[in-house]
Design a protein. Structure first.
Length: 674
């Protein structure tokens, strides 16, 4: 351990060697302090569920203050919803154990379905609402009259845990999520700008679709960081909106640069395009420089391919400025020029499979609870419900369950030593802290090591707190300790077997569902049944690409080809949507081009490379003709060109992608030509 102490208010306390992130010690100390504070307050007010408060601290604690507060909000919300549901279910089925267990199983499955469709800590809140019903109702299934008090006791313990975390992090934590996010976004924008400039200069690049997917994964992961910022500062929501706008600008830059590279590979740039490239490089290197957009209509000699490049160059500058605007809003706390939403691609089939798997595993355990004569069956059902719900949210639940269970042996040894050797000698709370805190501190440190992953140390801390289960007055029952340990081991083993045998997660099938989602998106866009703005379409497009990379597995040529086709389908869908919007704007602003607009829409309905190219050329020629009604927007407004030019560019862009997507478009039911 280095002895570098805090030199500045924003610096970490201590830095550990061996690959530990900065502020690892600070996170461990804050979490351990919050855990001890939660225990102290529970003992002071004589809550019977001090263990619940400890588990709350172990699960909710995050390295960043904003992340802790964000998760705490959903923890409280999930507990309240689950507690209310438990009271209602118990009131309805107090005299019918079988019906209560059936309703509970369906409730947990429904919450698992919702959690599978949500992101970030919202998924945790939905999951918590599911298994809170088990903790409250199923625990008191033989004493329904105690359910209301049990619900109140659990809610109080959760509030104690959350308030302890908020107090400790407020006093000793650092509201630095927005600073870390600002640094990451600034670096990503600089890197993407450098790559775009390199591509414009004709520099050779080895960037593949895998690199693009990895980049998209890194960028879209910042949506979670943006949600942390919202709960960290008074202007957190404004800064979070700025971060989302910067992310949207990055995605727009990536899409525009891909189109530019495709256009440059298809047609040699003429003098006008080369001049525009020089001005674009200048504008990207100096955001305060003027808009490089040229008067496209005044240059009547520019062909459709050159117009496409000019329009895409204009767009990449506009997207760069959008990203800079969002970065400025995040940095300064001012409102961005536009608020955007960045949705994720939902996997309804995967969510349904997760809900079904949860219902089967918990249902089998409920049957054992009903017909078994084992006294610990109820506790086993409660623990199994919590584990299956929490781990079912993971991309690979079987692997997550194995990693989570692997932390149990060390935790049970530490818990047993502390409970039966040290705590009996602790006559006051100070000695209690000296006995309990060291292993908690070690678990928090391990949770931060990249090679171990967040699940290792966090799982160890959760197991440790569960096995310790401190109470006031304390009880030291070795038989009960081992019985609880066996029941917890049984619940984890049942979950591992259930995940591996019952509807196991299949990466190839998930990859196929991503492809199906891309095809469905193209089909809906082609039929004009889905009207999304460009930002949302780009977010969904790159989210699918990131999901496909997650489930790619071995990078065989066939799978890499599938990843490329998913990328191409996203680009084609975006081109269709952009072109359709531009055609509507053209028809509104230049009614004289109604015939060319109709021809272009006919080409979109039966897309082929030749038809799309011909429709774009005809629309461009008509827009240049005298009396067309097409006027050039102010040159001071980047990204604002006549709809006819956007439409012609979109038609050409779709024609560029057609050869790579023709077979898949036919598979999607589109009458794609040659």
């Amino acid at each position: 351990m280095s002895a570098s102490v805090m030199a500045q208010p924003g610096e970490p306390w201590l830095e550990l060697p061996g690959g530990f992130p900065p502020d690892t010690v600070g996170f461990a100390v804050r979490t351990t302090l919050a855990l001890m504070l939660a225990y102290y307050f529970c003992f002071w007010i004589q809550l019977s569920s001090a263990s619940t408060a400890g588990v709350c601290v172990a699960i909710v604690a995050q390295p960043q203050f904003g992340g802790t507060m964000s998760k705490a909000v959903y923890c409280v919300a999930g507990t309240l919803i689950g507690g209310v549901a438990a009271v209602i279910v118990t009131a309805l089925f107090a005299q019918d154990r079988s019906m209560m267990l059936i309703v509970f199983t369906l409730w947990l499955a429904g919450c698992s379905f919702v959690a599978s469709l949500l992101k970030d800590f919202r998924a945790y809140g939905a999951t918590l609402a599911g298994y809170t019903l088990a903790i409250v109702s199923i625990t008191d299934i033989d004493m329904p009259q105690a359910v209301f008090l049990t619900a109140l006791d659990r809610i109080a313990a959760i509030l104690v845990g959350v308030c302890s975390l908020a107090l400790v992090n407020g006093l000793f934590g650092r509201a630095d999520a927005w600073q870390a996010l600002t640094k990451q976004l600034r670096q990503l924008i600089a890197e993407k700008t450098e790559r775009v400039i390199g591509a414009l200069r004709g520099e050779a690049t080895t960037e593949s679709v895998v690199d693009e997917a990895q980049w998209a994964t890194a960028v879209l992961a910042l949506r979670t960081q943006a949600s942390f910022v919202a709960g960290e500062l008074p202007a957190g929501r404004i800064r979070a909106a700025g971060a989302r706008r910067a992310i949207a600008g990055l995605l727009g830059m990536a899409a525009a640069s891909q189109a530019i590279k495709a256009g440059l590979a298809r047609a040699e740039p003429d003098a006008t395009v080369r001049l525009a490239i020089e001005r674009t490089i200048e504008a990207l290197g100096n955001p305060s420089a003027g808009n490089p957009r040229l008067d496209l209509l005044a240059d009547g000699s520019a062909e459709l391919g050159q117009v496409f490049l000019l329009e895409r160059l204009d767009d990449v500058v506009a997207q760069h400025r959008f990203a800079q605007d969002g970065l400025g809003a995040l940095t300064d706390g001012r409102a961005p020029l536009r608020r955007v939403r960045l949705p994720s691609q939902p996997d309804l089939v995967g969510a349904a499979l997760n809900a079904t798997r949860t219902a089967i595993v918990v249902g089998l355990a409920a049957l054992f609870c009903i017909y078994g004569n084992w006294s610990g069956a109820t506790f086993l059902l409660v623990q199994l419900s919590a584990v299956v719900a929490l781990l079912g949210m993971q991309p690979n639940p079987t692997r997550a369950a194995v990693l989570f269970g692997a932390q149990f042996p060390l935790a049970i040894v530490a818990g047993g030593l502390v409970e039966f050797l040290l705590l009996p000698q602790a006559g006051d709370f100070v000695l209690f802290v000296l006995a309990v805190a060291p292993f908690a501190l070690i678990s928090c440190v391990l949770a931060r090591h990249p090679s171990l992953g967040a699940g290792a140390g966090t799982g160890m801390l959760i197991w440790y707190v569960l096995m310790l289960a401190p109470a006031n007055p304390p009880t030291y029952d070795l038989t009960s300790f081992f019985n609880i340990a066996l029941e917890m081991v049984g619940s984890v083993l049942a979950v591992i077997v259930g995940f591996a045998v019952i509807l196991p997660v299949s990466p190839p099938r998930r990859l196929g569902r991503v492809m199906h989602a891309a095809l469905r998106d193209v089909r809906r866009t082609w039929r004009r049944r889905r009207r999304l703005d460009r930002v949302r379409m780009l977010s969904l497009q790159y989210d699918r690409l990131a999901a496909a990379l997650l489930w790619l597995g071995r990078r065989t040529p066939a799978r890499l080809g599938l990843l490329s086709r998913i990328h191409d389908l996203g680009e084609f869908s975006a081109a269709l949507s952009r072109t359709d919007d531009a055609l509507q704007a053209t028809l509104r602003d230049a009614p004289a081009l109604a015939g060319e607009v109709a021809t272009a829409r006919a080409a979109l309905l039966r897309p082929s490379t030749a038809a799309l190219h011909a429709a774009g050329a005809a629309l461009l020629a008509a827009a240049r003709a005298p009396g067309s009604g097409v006027a050039i927007a102010s040159p001071d407004a980047p990204g604002v060109l006549p709809g006819a030019l956007h439409a012609a560019s979109g038609l050409y862009g779709a024609a560029l992608i057609m050869p790579r997507t023709r077979c898949l478009l036919r598979l999607a039911g589109l009458p794609a030509g040659s």
